[in-house]
Design a protein around this ligand. Structure first.
Ligand SMILES: [Ca+2]
Length: 121
């Protein structure tokens, strides 16, 4: 079977890490692994941002009630206070799930969270 070649200016040309003009299975797998790691990283960043947004929401929420009260929107303040218990429990659950997932993945990647064996002297 004739060897496969990439078209001119292919966006996959950078797969050839050592520049010998041949994309080996190893180079292909390496690139795939790197892409997966980048995606994983982006996903974690996104989740972290969401957790921070949720935590800021928890901080700002009571201020919303206070501001509504000061401005004289009594109904708004009351409605916000009515929603508060549900909101706080939901956000606490969300943030809890975030930290739980973090701990779980960390434990999984570190081989069950067992400490690394100490080098013998
Ligand atoms: Ca190569």
């Amino acid at each position: 079977m004739a060897p496969k070649t990439l078209e001119e200016g292919s966006k996959y040309a950078h797969f050839d890490k050592d520049g010998d003009g041949v994309i080996t299975d190893e180079e292909f797998m390496l690139e795939r692994e790197m892409m997966r790691a980048e995606n994983e990283d982006a996903k974690e960043d996104q989740i972290r941002k969401m957790a921070w947004f949720a935590l800021w929401g928890l901080l700002v929420y009571p201020l919303g009630i206070i501001v509504a009260d000061i401005v004289g929107y009594e109904t708004t303040g009351e409605l916000l206070a009515d929603i508060a218990p549900t909101y706080f429990v939901a956000i606490a659950g969300l943030v809890g799930a975030f930290f739980g997932a973090q701990a779980y993945t960390k434990g999984k990647t570190n081989g069950g969270g067992a400490p690394a064996p100490r080098p013998r002297k």
